[in-house]
Ligand binder design. Structure first.
Ligand code: CP
Ligand code: NVA
Length: 299
């Protein structure tokens, strides 16, 4: 059966844990010279910019022995109106897997419904599942027992927040989410996660961050929302700065999926400070993309 990875909750708890352990193993370098995907070709369609996701996937694909093919949508017939159905069916005849970053989540759902090869969501407006695997891997490395961890996410209830909530639920980490009113994460993600872990919503970041082990934020204006600058005004008080960080545990780590808008959702002293793990978090994208590719495309 073809497996796609469109959102975190497409995986079982056991599969998610397997990905975390395999990512740590791959990071150690034990299988560095093995090329389990040799002879395969993996497409990458990116309708939004990307630094980490695109490069980590290209390097991961190369290191696993496969061939990455980056496709800008304007170079595909999709830009001239060819349907997603036809594109998915045709690319399935050439490729062994496809990584897609796009706007509407329904686009990856439609693509996967016609695809004969695994589809990996490299970010949609609603979900960023590959990011969440690297996020939890980073927390596991830094903090150990995930069931004892309190994650506090402060900011916009966006794609990153939705996937982080689902991932926290799969590993049993408690999660607090502080957003301005009306900018909460998707209800379907919260409701699903509440069946697996403790999820609490706040409008007060100070309350949400109190005694947290992890303080996480993301941009206030996501890709595709650039026309909605008024939204920024709703985030007064939601910046991760030294005063907010003091409410968390003394050894709390600070996370951000990057790219950051320094001086908006996070201050320079915090993102560059001793509690920040953002560069390890970014590095872990490479190891987790490899584990995801191996898992979906077969070792
Ligand atoms: N975190 C992340 O997905 O970054 P990019 O947009 O650079 O891929
Ligand atoms: N929420 C951000 C994440 C970027 C990696 C966005 O969608 O632009």
């Amino acid at each position: 059966m073809i497996r796609h990875f469109l959102k975190v909750r497409d995986l079982t708890k056991e599969e998610f844990k397997f990905l975390l352990n395999r990512s740590i193993e791959l990071k150690s370098g034990v299988d560095r010279l093995k090329c389990p995907l040799i002879g395969k070709s993996i497409g990458m369609i990116f309708e939004k910019p990307s630094t980490r996701t695109r490069i980590s996937f290209e390097v991961a694909i190369y290191q696993l022995g496969a061939h990455p093919i980056y496709m800008s949508p304007r170079d595909l017939q999709l830009s001239r109106g060819e349907t997603i159905k036809d594109t998915a069916q045709v690319l399935s005849r050439y490729l062994d897997g496809i990584v897609i970053r796009t706007f509407s989540h329904s686009t990856v759902e439609e693509f996967s419904s016609f695809s004969q090869i695994p589809v990996i969501n490299a970010l949609t407006d609603n979900h960023h599942p590959c990011q969440a695997v690297a996020d939890i891997m980073t927390i596991l490395e830094k903090k150990g027992d995930l069931e004892k961890i309190l994650i506090a996410y402060v900011g916009d209830g966006n794609n990153v927040a939705n996937s982080l909530i689902e991932a926290s639920a799969l590993v049993g980490a408690k999660i607090h989410i502080a957003t301005p009113e009306g900018l909460e994460p998707l209800k379907e993600c919260i409701d699903w996660a509440k069946n697996h872990t403790q999820v609490k919503l706040f409008n007060d970041p100070y309350e949400a961050v109190t005694n947290a082990d992890v303080v996480y934020t993301d941009v206030w204006i996501s890709m595709g929302e650039e026309g909605n600058q008024d939204k920024k005004n709703k985030f007064k008080g939601f910046q991760i700065n030294s005063s907010l960080l003091k409410k968390a545990k003394n050894d709390a780590i600070v996370m951000h999926c990057l790219p950051a808008h320094r001086g908006e959702e996070i201050t320079d002293d915090v993102i560059d400070g001793p509690q920040s793990v953002v560069l390890d978090q970014a590095e872990n994208r490479l190891h987790t993309e490899k584990a995801i590719l191996e898992f979906l495309l077969g070792m």
